[in-house]
Design a protein around this ligand. Sequence first.
Ligand code: XMP
Length: 507
Amino acid sequence: KVLILDFGSQVTQLIARRVRELNIYCEIHPYNSKKFDVNEFQAVILSGSPHSVRNGDAPHPDLSEIKGKKPLLGICYGAQYLVHFFGGKVGQSSSREYGRANLSYIDHSNALFDNINEGSQVWMSHSDTIIELPKNYKVIASTHDIDNAAFQILGEQTYAIQFHPEVYHSTDGKQLLENFLVHIAGLEQDWTPTSFVETTVAELKDKIGDEKVVLGLSGGVDSTVAAVLLDKAIGKNLYCIFVNNGLLRKNEFESVLDQYKHMGLNVKGVDASEKFLDKLKGIEDPELKRKAIGNAFIEVFDDEAHLIEDVTWLAQGTIYPDVIESVSATGGPSATIKSHHNVGGLPDFMKLKVVEPLRTIFKDEVRRVGRSLGIDDELLGRHPFPGPGLGIRILGDITAEKVKMLQEVDHIFLEGLKRWKLYDSVWQAGAMLLPVQSVGVMGDERTYEKAVVLRAVSSTDGMTADWVDLPYKFLQETSNKIINGVKGVNRVVYDISSKPPATIEWE
Ligand code: XMP
């Protein structure tokens, strides 16, 4: 496996995803973490960083167990690190070193550039640059502006590049990572969904034995894939609970429950809609809504878990991005924008051991694993849906009537996206019900009714997002259907805000 030492770059996770796409297992650890054993890794990658090596507080870990002993690739800060602290010179860059550049010189005898040719586009993003290499370093690629775009330390399997191979705009980036990991470090490309399923099922069997496990299904991809893996490992000792909080999409509870049963899962559907609505009565503040919904869920789930005799494990669909320790988190506090962190969401009165079958994999890998388990493509391709559901898409207080209204609007929107074959190209879509009324006219009558917002975004992980340029004809048809079909709504607007500064949800 591969160790990615993180110096805090925004795109460190992308390095890991590219490596995984090559079917090679890797882990990200903060450069200053003591929680891993270097000896377990066959190769190491140093990430980029917002720091400058020239500042006193720059990350400066001890690489004595790594450099010269294992194949090592420094990226951006990682490259400058290998120069600055080893006798070379890094200084402020005088020319522009952001964005696209092309390799103008390549040392074709060097395995790092196998199958990569002059002209290859690379993506730069640094304000420091390598001015002078230490003596035993050899330049292996340059761009027009940057002589030392890539180098090798002679006599070592140490390589470094100042550009970012992990980003999409470095067109041969994945090839370069493959060259390093496969051609140079000799790693096997055997981390596949099938091998993941095999080893995970075996591990789960071993870990759980004949004890019982309870798992909350949400209808989403993660909990479903986690459930199917556990089902394969322990069968009927897995007890799934699917709670209807009354804030799901139209018909979702019945249809998803049906689907789960068809998949052979040992699942119990619990309709707690009334309890949730009751707890939400009169609450307008978004964070208080989230808390009320979260607490109601814990109560319902706990009651159900108590009905399972001798259950000792709680399974969760936690995935790798929720687990990766971030450099900024160890260096200082980061602001919570919305209280939706599922990690550590375990109520302690349940006192169960936790099992998380997906904690080592990324979302795209969860889908690949799901596919190899034979889970329906439609289920795997579902848009993300927030835990508090329509509760945070109804601005202001929540009533059964408003939920019903929004369910209808949302249904028309999503069915339309599917019919127009737009659903799969959108990352997430949904509708919000606004707490405003506006004047309209229907027939000869003046109306004074609600306004709804349609939102469709593109994104890769929900951290940043942009609104989708849906066809006008589609919006026109959808708006007509909503206004004519949903009583109480007389106005439809489309949200054209990106994240940041807006968020995806309105609450
Ligand atoms: P925002 O609105 O923060 O949303 O841009 C980013 C992603 O997170 C989802 N989201 C939530 N998911 N509980 C969840 O499980 C929540 O409270 C919550 N709030 C937002 C949102 O749907 C989007 O995919």
